[in-house]
Design a protein around this ligand. Sequence first.
Ligand SMILES: Nc1ncnc2c1ncn2[C@@H]1O[C@H](COP(=O)(O)OP(=O)(O)OP(=O)(O)O)[C@@H](O)[C@H]1O
Ligand SMILES: [Mg+2]
Length: 301
Amino acid sequence: MEINSVKSTDHSKTTDHSKSTDHRKTTDHSGAANQSRSTNPNKAKNICLEAIDLCKTYIVDGYSNNVLQNVNLKIAEGEFVSIMGPSGSGKSTLLYTISGMDDMTAGKVIFDGEDLSGMSAKELTKLRLIKMGFIFQQMYMMKKLCIMDNIVLPGYQAKLCSREEVNKNAEELMRRLGVIELADRQITEVSGGQLQRACLARALINSPKVLFADEPTGALNSKASMEVLNELVKANEAGSTVLMVTHSEKVAASSDRIIYLMDGDIQGELALGKLSNAADTREELAKRERKLRNWLEEMGW
Ligand SMILES: Nc1ncnc2c1ncn2[C@@H]1O[C@H](COP(=O)(O)OP(=O)(O)OP(=O)(O)O)[C@@H](O)[C@H]1O
Ligand SMILES: [Mg+2]
């Protein structure tokens, strides 16, 4: 089977532009798509990540699959945004193309004021290392390294500070995330929840501007999911912007804004606002979850 992704120059040949016209009716380029459903409270804030008419087309066995169709999206600094939508709607593809992990077919991505489409592979790798953090459902870590070595590695590679400082930061992060006692363990010697918290420590080692998470709780039981989610909320409070894909209403209910993707197109968004540190967070979360569930039903979830 031949699998290719199409470079931007080929886009005009492969993308169905009839779809993009529909999309523009529902997306406001100020970042608040479908405002009739919700208002985006982050409108006035600094934008740290922006997709402009972002398209991604895969060609498999000679057939084009327009997975992302003119996606327009703005993420403000400090936001915690969830992407939801049916399986195959393009959520992971959006995360990978907006972070420069995968090529876009057409459009632009502006990350922290820089246009990713004009960058070489080397420049992109450096930018990702220094300013982005990633966690995935599959919890990739290097098998030959112990937990601690996996966590410090991107810190050593980034060379933003001395190795001693990286070690110290790693220890602090591991303590905060409750995995310090696992530092010398092999990655096969810890539970899924522990491994995901270690992955989060690794993602945070260079204090990323944006943390990208693709179904970070997808392989975890509910207790471990909530622990990882709480750590994502804390990382967001500590200054990292978070863009997360999730299928879970419970998990998405903690984010500030939820974007609904279907057939590679943003269908709407719901702004829930920041989760408060109020004493009765459980009650607040239940309310947010109910609001989200009702909205998802409207979206055809
Ligand atoms: N590397 C690839 N080559 C070819 N097609 C791909 C590739 N990656 C994804 N696709 C196709 O793109 C579409 C969107 O896939 P994507 O993984 O982004 O969906 P998703 O919304 O993340 O789904 P899920 O919720 O199941 O993870 C699917 O039709 C998928 O088959
Ligand atoms: Mg996916």
